[in-house]
Design a protein around this ligand. Sequence first.
Ligand SMILES: [Zn+2]
Length: 78
Amino acid sequence: MTKIVKLQVISPPNTETKTIFTLDDKDILFKGIALESHICGYCGFVLAENVMVYNYHDIILQCPNCKSYNGAPKNDNF
Ligand SMILES: [Zn+2]
């Protein structure tokens, strides 16, 4: 069963130190084979579906729906 993980909306990041993943259209940014789906912390849009527990240390996901920047989930979601 897929676990839904809500990401944490963050301030626009420093693009010199972070890699931002985004898409122009409203599609899921990452698809994988494992057990978690990660959703936008603001609007709930699915940003990553069935991914391994992803390391958000160096990347930011920008929601294509609401343009929020999403970083690591809050610890209490794990
Ligand atoms: Zn969003």
